[in-house]
Design a protein around this ligand. Structure first.
Ligand code: DMJ
Length: 622
């Protein structure tokens, strides 16, 4: 309210005649008292009135500039029951007196007693915070947990197989114990220098190995370890950090790991953390097309793409590998937004023309146009294809769109990318603007398992063919291992210049404990029960033990063709989540995480199939 409009009010309430009263009798001053108020001339009265009203205006105006003036005004001018009512003055006095009393008491205490009180107050605050955490995330619907079929399996009947499986469990223990000893709470372990290792993929989110390993610990029945991992998640896994993260990596390892841990154990903390993290990832989709950014600051919500990615593009294998986790986030939170975001990615892709029916690895999230025409079933492309197939399987085979996209893509891959070497090895080349590069990455080896897994839904005359394709890729990838000195495969191998399944460039000779070849053995074993896949898996176990195992855990190798190990000193978190899990499953019975009830995300985190007769129809069709 403007101060000027208040002046007449004061004028009429006090009246010029009363102005001099109190002033003359008390606080006025000097000569005025002697002269008396009645002695003022009209001009003096007017000047006095002016000065006084200016003073009142000033005081009143100042109220509006005091901090939190609204509260002050409501207290001073707008007395109401809500603001405290007539009793509020007494309450303020009582509060004031209590504070004084407490201060006096504190001053009388010994320093040790004061310290103890502070400690107790701190502890209480922590307990309250923990209590709030356990109460569940606000807004999460109540959910009755039913453990999906196959979260635990039977012991292998064959004693040799049992023994081999035990050995793999011992490897997990060695990897875990050393991580715990030297890098607990950090992202990964440096097994040679025996300290933590951090990669910038997770910003300063911590504990990648713990979250990635949770479900492996669970299925291996390492109960104590699972319990300590769960406690760490409860107390320390914190997403309220100022961190720029890779949306893809955080999704497949952290969201995927937490979802699996929830579905296996039923522990609410994992559901709550998964949804909390999923919400943090949502701003990545704020682009003109809804194709998410690769990198996101989870505090500011600002995203961007890798500076090296063709003209500011997002990467196919990154934005195409969110689907399974995001559908489950909607399922567990009751919030459709997650599924909507990934369904929109599908829509954008379906609207685009594809060169020769192939999906280039780069897509600009602003223009919605493809970047460089580079197609690969290995790095930058791989898990996009995997998630099309698995989205269909996870939907209990109701996601027809995912199914069509997958089988159409495989058709184009077969026509344009799959070739046979003169020595008879089938491989998947890379495509660059129509020209083939006859190179296959270790990452591409996952495709053997994918083709075999998808065989069942392939057009009727193609089922056997897809299984066969899986078997051929498995054989080629096994050759890439067998043709090295250390019997572990290189990062990439070539089929040109007179070589087959061999790395020719120094910077492609490393092995970083990757799982893809073993993953394909596991699928091939489950789907064919051909014993050679277990034998090949066991060869890999022996090689890992001989060349990668060190006192402080497991390390990658710089050159698998060398006579002597040169360790890279990193125990990747996916060694615990994928490599060891797939090995363990290879030597388990088929009733552990059976394919009819579970699909594995690209980091080997099992997610349950949303069966339509369990009332999941809507989830599958979002
Ligand atoms: C894992 O993080 C995932 O499998 C991803 O899809 C590809 N690369 C690594 C393991 O090699």
């Amino acid at each position: 309210m403007p101060a000027a409009s208040l002046l007449p009010l004061f004028g009429s309430a006090a009246g010029p005649g009363t102005l001099g009263g109190p002033a003359g009798s008390g606080a006025g001053g000097g000569g005025r008292k002697a002269a008396g108020p009645g002695a003022f001339r009209l001009t003096e009265k007017f000047v006095l009135l002016l000065v006084f009203s200016a003073f009142i205006t000033l005081c009143f105006g100042a109220i509006f500039f005091l901090p939190d003036s609204s509260k002050l005004l409501s207290g001073v001018f707008f007395h109401s029951a809500a603001a405290g009512g007539p009793g509020s003055l007494e309450r303020i006095r009582a509060d004031h007196e209590r504070a004084l009393r407490e201060a006096k008491e504190t001053l009388q205490k010994l320093p040790e007693e004061i310290r103890r009180d502070i400690r107790q107050d701190k502890e209480k605050l922590l307990q309250d915070a923990r209590g709030r955490k356990e109460a569940g995330a606000p807004g999460l619907p109540q959910r009755l947990f039913r453990q999906p079929v196959g979260a635990v399996g039977q012991e292998p009947a064959d004693p040799d197989v049992r023994q081999r499986r035990e050995k793999i469990k011992e490897m997990m223990k060695h990897a875990w114990d050393n991580y715990k000893r030297y890098a607990w709470g950090l992202n990964e372990l440096k097994p040679i220098s025996k300290q933590g290792h951090s990669s910038n993929l997770f910003g300063n989110i911590q504990g990648a190995t713990i979250v990635d390993a949770l479900d492996t610990l669970y299925i291996m029945e390492m109960k104590e370890e699972f319990k300590e991992a769960k406690e760490w998640v409860e107390k320390n896994l914190d997403f309220n950090v100022n961190a720029e993260i890779s949306v893809f990596e955080v999704n497949i390892r952290f969201v995927g790991g937490l979802l699996s841990a929830y579905y296996l154990s039923g522990e609410e903390v994992f559901r709550k953390k998964a949804v909390e993290l999923g919400e943090k990832l949502l701003p990545a989709f704020n682009t003109p097309t809804g194709i998410p950014w690769a990198l996101l600051n989870i505090k500011s919500g600002i995203g961007r793409n890798w500076p090296w990615a063709s003209g500011g593009s997002s990467i196919l294998a990154e934005f195409g590998t969110l689907h399974l986790e995001f559908v489950h986030l909607s399922h567990l939170s009751g919030n459709p937004v997650f599924a909507e975001k990934v369904m929109n990615i599908r829509k954008v892709l379906n609207r685009l023309d594809k060169p020769e029916g192939l999906y280039p690895n780069y897509l600009n999230p602003s223009s919605g146009q493809w970047g460089q025409h580079h197609v690969s079933i290995g790095g930058l492309g791989d898990s996009f294809y995997e998630y099309l197939l698995k989205a269909w399987l996870m939907s209990d085979k109701t996601d027809e769109d995912g199914k069509k996209m997958y089988y159409d893509a495989v058709q184009a891959i077969e026509t344009h990318l799959i070739r046979k070497s003169s020595g008879g090895l089938t491989y998947i080349a890379e495509w660059k603007g129509g020209l083939l590069e006859h190179k296959m990455g270790h990452l591409t080896c996952f495709a053997g398992g994918m083709f075999a897994l998808g065989a069942d839904g392939a057009p009727s005359d193609k089922t056997g063919h897809h299984i066969e394709l899986g078997a051929e890729i498995a054989r080629t990838c096994h050759e890439s291992y067998d043709r090295t000195r250390m019997k572990l495969g290189p990062e990439a191998f070539r089929f040109d210049g007179g070589v087959e399944a061999i790395a020719t460039r120094q910077n492609e000779k490393y092995y970083i404990l990757r799982p893809e070849v073993i993953e394909t053995y596991m699928y091939m074993w489950r789907l064919t029960h051909d014993p050679k896949y277990r034998e090949w898996g066991w060869e890999a176990v022996e090689a890992l033990e001989k060349h990668c195992r060190v006192d402080g855990g497991y390390s990658g190798l710089r050159d698998v063709y060398n006579n002597h190990e040169s360790h890279d000193d990193v125990q990747q978190s996916f060694f615990l989540s994928e490599t060891l899990k797939y090995l363990y499953l290879l030597f388990s019975e088929d009733d552990l995480l059976p394919f009819e009830h579970w699909v594995f995300n690209t980091e080997a985190h099992p997610l349950p199939v949303l069966h339509k007769d369990d009332g999941n129809k809507e989830e599958n069709q979002k």
